[in-house]
Write a protein that binds this ligand. Structure first.
Ligand SMILES: *[C@@H]1O[C@H](CO)[C@@H](O)[C@H](O)[C@H]1NC(C)=O
Ligand SMILES: *[C@@H]1O[C@H](CO)[C@@H](O)[C@H](O)[C@H]1NC(C)=O
Length: 432
């Protein structure tokens, strides 16, 4: 952790400080106008001692009331959205600078190539996507993609305009539906241990009419598919025209190698978990290295990083403090030194050296690495899970409520903003 990174960004709001400020501003806001109004009214109607006593009592009452009103800020859980709103209300400008304050690890690409799209394109995309998202068949996609990633997948599929889309891990079919909205006429291949039609019996799910399902009894793992023959069957000769989407909770190093071997170039990983979190080894974990800004970690208990992490843990469910980050022998890479795979059904301890070699391998294959930014700042979305300190600047910054509202985002339920896990688009090619 570089000291300059930490000090150039403002440190996260101190809960005690915020509570104090919150109380003060509430007291000012609530009592002063009320008391003034009451006292004017009262002095017109009454006179002498009686009025003075009444005013005194009313002011006392108003102060007590405002004290009671502001009390919840102190009492409720920090994850509570009301309390959060109160906190953010008091420290809005401190919040905007929160993004990336603990660093945002990224993977280096071979030539430093970047994506074609800009923030402006993303904003334009959002405007189009919100009304589409509102027609989604699966409204409550618990354990599935929320709004941020649905938007990211839709935006990239539409931008890249592939001739074929492959998804590994379909669950109830929400991502299949998103891909279909992006490309109405393009063939989809969907690999999933359980067929989405199974979910249809119990509730909302999506089964696509122009999709080849390798699902249920026909399920084949992405790494075991004979891609040359499947591509031939689908009339695909140019693999650079194929987009592969992984939402299968498998070790991403394994998937990257399998995709390279098959010759695919464009990949999107849904769950790109941060170091210390998640159920599989992710690209972000792999590229979390000392030489990357925001990468490499200190397990020293008295470090700046440990102190900041401890504070942030109080605010964000997915923030990890020093004790969660580090294993018994100070292994901070992967998840406490483990390379998790297959929904954490498998995990393997790896040495720092192996971890380092993994990143060298990924970098040798990488042409582009792009993490989808969160759609909007937490004061707008009221999300309580991901820690902005480890995320890049949102598309819509905190404070821009007008824009948030104009795009229709204020109409969506707040739970749809809770699923952000750094979805990433990569372009790969075999190193020569
Ligand atoms: C499949 O796609 C073709 C166009 O490519 C379209 O004409 C047809 O209606 C689609 N079928 C279904 C079931 O959506
Ligand atoms: C992952 O697996 C390990 C080892 O089996 C276990 O100790 C750990 O609690 C698991 N974590 C989660 C989040 O399931």
């Amino acid at each position: 952790m570089q000291e300059s990174v930490l000090s150039s960004r403002r440190s996260p709001p101190d809960p005690e400080e915020v509570e104090e400020n919150g109380d003060e501003s509430k007291t000012r806001k609530n009592t002063t106008p009320f008391a003034t109004r009451v006292s004017k009214h009262a002095s017109a109607a009454l006179s002498g001692q009686c009025a003075a006593v009444l005013i005194f009592l009313l002011i006392l009452l108003a102060t007590a009331a405002s004290f009671l009103i502001s009390r919840p800020v102190v009492c409720v859980s920090p994850y509570d959205s009301l309390a959060r709103t109160a906190l953010f209300g008091a420290t809005l400008d401190g919040l905007a600078s929160d993004f990336g304050s603990l660093g945002v690890p990224w993977c280096r690409s071979k030539q430093g190539k970047v994506v074609e799209w800009t923030r402006k394109d993303l904003l334009k995309g959002l405007e189009e996507f919100v009304p589409i998202y509102e027609t989604r068949p699966i409204k409550n996609n618990m354990y599935g993609m929320g709004f941020d990633h649905s938007f990211g997948l839709w935006f990239m599929a539409r931008w890249l305009k592939p001739d074929l889309m492959i998804e590994s891990g379909a669950f109830k079919g929400h991502s299949t539906w998103v891909l279909r909205q992006a490309m109405p006429e393009t063939r989809i291949i969907s690999l999933s241990p359980r067929h989405p039609e199974k979910y249809l019996k119990k509730g909302p799910a999506y089964v696509d009419g122009n999709c080849t399902y390798f699902a249920g009894k026909d399920f084949v793992d992405f790494g075991s598919v004979d891609w040359a023959s499947v591509m031939k069957k689908h009339g695909i000769s140019d693999l650079s025209r194929v987009l592969v989407f992984f939402d299968d909770h498998q070790n991403e190093l394994k998937r990257l190698k399998q995709a390279l071997k098959a010759g695919f170039l464009h990949l999107i990983f849904e769950d790109n978990y941060d170091t210390g979190t998640g159920d599989h080894y992710s690209l972000r974990q792999i590229c979390d290295q000392d030489y990357i800004r925001g990468g490499g970690h200190s397990c020293f208990r008295d470090s700046d990083e440990a102190r900041i992490r401890m504070k942030r843990k109080k605010f964000w469910e997915k923030a990890v403090d020093r004790d969660e980050l580090c294993g018994g022998d100070e292994e901070w890479w992967g998840v406490r030194g483990y390379m998790r795979d297959d929904f954490n059904h498998s995990n393997k301890a790896i040495s720092y050296d192996e971890h380092f070699q993994n990143s060298r391998f990924v970098e040798s294959a990488l042409d582009v690495y792009w993490e989808l930014p969160p759609v909007a700042g937490p004061s707008l979305t009221h999300q309580t899970r991901y820690d902005p300190a480890r995320a890049s600047d949102p598309i819509i910054e905190d404070g821009r409520f007008g824009l948030f509202q104009r795009l229709g985002l204020a109409r969506l339920g707040t739970s749809v903003f809770n699923g952000y896990t750094q979805m990433v688009y990569v372009q790969i090619s075999a190193s020569s």
